[in-house]
Every structure is written in structure tokens, then in C-alpha cells.
Design a protein around this ligand. Structure first.
Ligand SMILES: O=c1ccn([C@H]2C[C@H](O)[C@@H](COP(=O)(O)OP(=O)(O)OP(=O)(O)O)O2)c(=O)[nH]1
Length: 153
């Protein structure tokens, strides 16, 4: 069963009321990076490629077509007994953009990242709501202990 937005908000704490939605909470734009060096994914490990931060002008990002790493401004906590899914705000889709996301594991805590695909130039304000996090009940063995634990805190 998916939890209510209020439940998700209580799990994360420290959110603006405008971020609380009926079925989840909206995450906001913290920083945007452009990858400049290749990463590497091996059978036993991985490396994230170097990136350069893009600076907003007067608080606004003016993005051309391309792929960008987005860091969310909000600290996410996935409580035991749950799994998180992050979905793009539909206004991004309606503006020819997509946010690609993965599974948020039980026990993860941090300011996570996603891939923003810009298929038509767009302007995004720092702190704008860009995605919605939902939580569902889930069985799991152990909790997240990977290299992204505690990232960007
Ligand atoms: O869109 C997403 C989805 C998940 N995460 C966070 C939460 C998740 O628990 C953590 C690790 O995700 P995943 O397990 O998919 O990463 P991995 O590449 O398999 O790394 P690891 O080996 O550390 O598990 O990253 C994000 O920041 N963005």
C-alpha cells in the first residue's frame, strides 16, 4: 500500500507545507551539474564521472537541450518497511523534459540525484518543485548501506 503525503512528509521532516501532496511530497531543485568525464560501471563496483556545477543566473537556470545531473535540495529518509519511488512533476513532461529516477531503498538517507533530460530548452528556478516522492510498504532484507548513504548532507 502506498502511504499518504502526510506520512511521507513526517518521515522526511523539514519541508514546506506547499511540498506536501495528497499521495507524496514534492522534492525541489538543489543544484544542477553537467557531466564532463566518463563514469564506469563494473561487475564489482562503479565510479561516477566528474561533473561541473551549472550556476543559475538570478536564481534561474536556463537549460539547453541535453542531459543534466540534478541534486534535490531536500533530505530524503526512507523508513524501514518501505520503498520509495520518485516521479517527475508532470509540468516537466508538458515542457518536453523528463526526470529519470531509480529505486530509493529502505534505510537510505541523503540528498539524492537524478537525470534531467531536456528535449526543449527550459527555465527552472532554484528551489522549484520538480519531482514527487511516494512511499510504499515493502518487505526487505537489510537496509541500504551503499556508497551513496549520507550523500550531500
Ligand atoms: O533516482 C534516484 C533513486 C535512488 N537514489 C538514491 C536512493 C537509493 O537508495 C540510492 C542508491 O540507489 P541504487 O541502489 O539504485 O544505486 P546503485 O548504483 O545500485 O548503488 P549502490 O551500489 O550503492 O546500491 O540512491 C537517488 O539518489 N536517485
Amino acid at each position: 500500500m502506498f502511504k499518504s503525503g502526510r506520512f511521507v512528509a513526517d518521515a522526511l521532516g523539514d519541508l514546506r507545507e506547499s511540498q506536501v501532496q495528497p499521495n507524496g511530497v514534492d522534492l525541489t531543485l538543489g543544484a544542477i551539474y553537467e557531466q564532463v568525464k566518463p563514469g564506469r560501471i563494473e561487475r564489482g563496483g562503479k565510479t561516477v564521472g566528474d561533473r561541473q556545477e551549472i550556476e543559475p543566473s538570478d536564481g534561474m537556470y536556463h537549460l539547453d537541450r541535453g542531459g543534466y545531473i540534478v541534486e534535490y535540495a531536500d533530505r530524503v529518509v526512507i523508513p524501514d518497511g518501505h520503498i520509495g519511488f520518485l516521479l517527475p512533476r508532470s509540468s516537466l513532461l508538458r515542457n518536453s523534459c523528463m526526470l529519470d529516477t531509480a529505486v530509493w531503498d529502505a534505510g537510505y538517507e541523503g540528498r539524492g540525484e537524478g537525470l534531467l533530460e531536456v528535449h526543449h530548452p527550459i527555465e527552472l528556478e532554484a528551489g522549484a518543485r520538480v519531482a514527487q516522492l511516494v512511499l510504499a510498504d515493502a518487505a526487505h532484507e537489510g537496509t541500504y548501506e551503499g556508497s551513496y548513504q549520507g550523500e550531500n548532507l
